[in-house]
Design a protein around this ligand. Structure first.
Ligand code: SAM
Length: 291
């Protein structure tokens, strides 16, 4: 693997901090990550932020097709050169923002679910994760590198210090395992923090009892929005509509202490709250509007 530092110098490119550009420099590390992705010959892979191709090349050797997404136009020629030099005919390079990628269309063309990989730009990691959750009907799993602190939040268990909104959402729709930890000196430029690679296997059918997922995510967001508030207060002030009495009723039916804090609740508790919100509040609203 050519050193990203030398490659970038050849193309006259300075890494941009604003795009989260810390390029993986270690061939063994990139091959280890791709091995742990468990990509097989029939898989179609989408790579987020292909950069200088550290993961693109080994991924393309394992998969039937790789869609390499990169927003920085300066890196596209370099990536094309990398693909040519390695005689890879199964890489499609897309000069695109990952937030604009049409995952269902890619899966449709592939004739099956996608595997998403990437050493994520840190400034956008949470938003990317939520976007993958929203498109999980066409994504079987994702193997992603995050800053260690965020990776731990994503994988955190209920009640732990790191447990938050992302942990609940991921617990609700996936199984998360830590795959590898990487030191800052494996990257150029060297980041200030360690990185972690996690695997996210999306569940086929999370147990919702039919509740509206957008509402569920809203409830989770508000519950964690005011971390020091009790659940009853966070929900009453965050979600317009039901007053404190109705929230007390919803929480009582869901068998949740209204004085509890969000970090003590599991994903299934939030699903219960969402279901009771719909049955109690929607019914009350209907009664009022009919009467
Ligand atoms: N995959 C390469 C590696 O491991 O060396 C690069 C990883 S670097 C941490 C993140 C990459 O994501 C950069 O190449 C950056 O330009 C790209 N990137 C940043 N924002 C992006 C976006 N919105 N959509 C697609 N790529 C983006």
């Amino acid at each position: 693997m050519a050193s990203p530092k030398a490659l970038l110098r050849t193309y006259g490119i300075n890494p941009k901090k604003t795009l989260g550009q810390n390029f993986l420099c270690d061939r063994q590390a990139s091959e280890m990550i791709i091995r742990r992705c468990g990509i097989t010959a029939g898989d179609t892979v989408v790579e987020i932020g292909a950069g200088t191709g550290a993961l693109t090349v080994p991924a393309a050797r394992a998969a039937i097709r790789v869609h390499a997404i990169e927003t920085d136009g300066r890196l596209i020629k370099l990536l094309e050169q990398m693909v040519n030099d390695n005689q890879l005919s199964n890489v499609a390079i897309h000069h695109k923002d990952i937030m604009d990628v049409d995952f269902p269309a890619m899966a449709g063309a592939a004739g099956g679910k996608l595997i998403v990989i990437g050493n994520l730009p840190y400034y956008l990691s949470s938003q990317i994760l939520i976007r993958l959750v929203e498109h999980r009907e066409v994504i079987s799993r994702a193997v992603l590198m995050f800053q260690q602190e965020l990776a731990r939040r994503v994988a955190a268990a209920t009640g732990s210090r790191e447990y938050g909104r992302l942990s609940v959402i991921m617990g609700y729709c996936s199984e998360v395992t830590t795959v590898a930890r990487l030191k800052p000196d494996l990257f150029y430029p060297r980041p200030g923090v360690h990185s972690e690679v996690i695997e996210i296997k999306f569940k086929n059918t999370p147990a919702t009892g039919g509740c509206d997922e957008a509402l569920l995510f809203d409830i989770i967001r508000h519950a964690f929005g005011k971390r020091r508030k009790t659940l009853k207060n966070a929900l009453t002030s965050g979600i317009p509509g039901p007053g404190i009495e109705t929230w007390m009723d919803i929480l009582a039916r869901a068998e949740i202490d209204p004085g509890a804090r969000a970090e003590t609740l599991m994903a299934s508790d939030f699903v219960n709250i969402c279901n009771y919100y719909e049955s109690i509040y929607a019914t009350t609203k209907e009664r009022h509007s009919n009467g």
